[in-house]
Ligand binder design. Sequence first.
Ligand code: WT7
Length: 635
Amino acid sequence: MSNYHIKHLEEYYQVYRKSIREPENFWEEIAGEHFLWRKKWDNVLSWDFKKPEVKWFEGAKLNITENCLDRHLATRGDKTAIIFEPNNPNEPAEHITYWQLYKRVNKFANVLKSQGIEKGDRVCIYLPMIPELAVAVLACARIGAIHSVVFAGFSSTALATRINDSNCKMVVTSDGSYRGAKTIDLKGIVDEALEQCDSVKTVLVAKRINSEISMKSGRDYWLQPLLDEASDEGKAEVMNAEDPLFILYTSGSTGKPKGMVHTTGGYMVYSAYTFKNAFQYRDGDVYWCTADIGWITGHSYIVYGPLANGATTVMFEGVPSYPDFGRFWEIIQKHKVTQFYTAPTAIRALAKHGAELIESFDLSSLKVLGSVGEPINEEAWHWYNDNVGKRKSPIVDTWWQTETGGIMITPIPYVTPTKPTYATLPFIGIQPALMDEKGEELKGNQVEGRLCIKFPWPGMARTIWGNHDRYRDTYFSAYEDKYFTGDGALRDEVGYYRITGRVDDVIIVSGHNLGTAPIEDAINEHPAVAESAIVGFPHDVKGNALYGYITLKDEGESRDQNNLRKEINHLISERIGPIAKLDKIQFTTGLPKTRSGKIMRRILRKIAEKNTDSLGDTSTLLNPDCVQEIIDNAL
Ligand code: WT7
């Protein structure tokens, strides 16, 4: 019998050791005993981090939706698979059973096919958090089309870049979306994006806000009439374990977003196994992850992981602040949520509005609290623990990435003793390493370095869409034979890990991964701007906020600075999305540079953090004088 469900600490250590000593035997047992395969593998694992090439369960055949849907029908067909909680609290919640979800996915899959979508085609999904989003994702997987979900807060330019990068044939969207008291014209954004996208032949439009939109004849179709006509039966396409399941874009240190490619078999096994254990999900539980399906958290822990375990998963359309900051607590009470998974930025925003708001709600159903997306600071950890969990529900601080597919370092609730701000121990099968500046692995405890992973795990991304060299250069070239995460971490005296933050040019703002380069590119498009540099600085709600240092061309010098700031932020919103707007913009006559012309962000970061005592030696800079000017005018 495999150890699918870890129940106590001794078992964790025993299973962990086995997963490291005999990884192939270990994963073979998990995969073999808890999933539905059309054909089992010829080979459990082959790998080479130099190429890099990683293959799990080669030769196996399956369809992930048969694992998420079909196999549950006999035992729990009438159980709720998805609870949809709408933006407006007065609109009734929708409970979708496994049978209903199965039929809706089949209908959608049949619509995709009738619109000419075939196995291997890319379908871009740009939808709000409504049931059609989960259904569209699963429908693609059912027929072997590769979904590329783009978060519906991204701008038309960002959407177009992503559609073009993977040549999507179709876009699935809605007339619009609700976001708190606001509505957003999603179809308008899609129309604008598609002016730059030749590959898209069809747009399917779900009706959500009943707005007047324009439909381009021969390209745009309302979704519902097509679904109404489609059959609710359909065979799942038989996929190879290493066939791509989806592409999901994440920002990198350089301009273009990286289309991380996840494949079918390994991703399924890893997302399901981590879900079961990191949340200690048991039959009858109601699990709620507040993320959007547009991020990896939503892919793995709203859709695939929960459904592969036959769980009930909540999808929330709205925001934590609407109609007021009690909304999350109201939803937990209403649906008797047992596992609640959210981000530190949300916790800090809720804490700001006071714990009193919680008191009128019954949160006694809660058993496990989760945190993800950025390091959780001590204050937020305690607030969450005291007020939401009432010191009874363990907090799982789960560290992972879009690239890892699933949770990598986390406590297992009721198993691993927690420690504030620590992600604690590696998950089963995960072999972390901390590296020093010279590229040597730091052995033993009480060390701090750059976080790498030494051995493949089933959920890891296999490549960057259309750019395998970039995949190798970004993740496998910093340290030989290791996957480099881009994060720094420390290991304490008992071997617990604490993630200290990014060590590259990625800044995590409100849990969103933002690269500095694309933001700087957007700013530099402004005709008055000569040059710019973005750094992060601590923010009490967002974790980090963005600080931009900008030099102007001569003609910009005479412009009103506040107008310029507005124009620059507007440009960023258009090019990337509102999440990338700068909190502070300082105009300066120069940016500190090395002799070779590289901007010294380290100095700019310290000034933004108001930490100017430790700037170090600036005399070797190309232009040391600008540093004092920047300090004097710092915001
Ligand atoms: C980066 C990955 C994993 C889904 C959400 C973000 C940071 C994530 C934690 C955590 C400290 C964390 C890291 C990581 N991060 N979780 N529990 N503690 N940092 O996915 O957008 O790919 O971002 O988020 O810096 O590298 P992502």
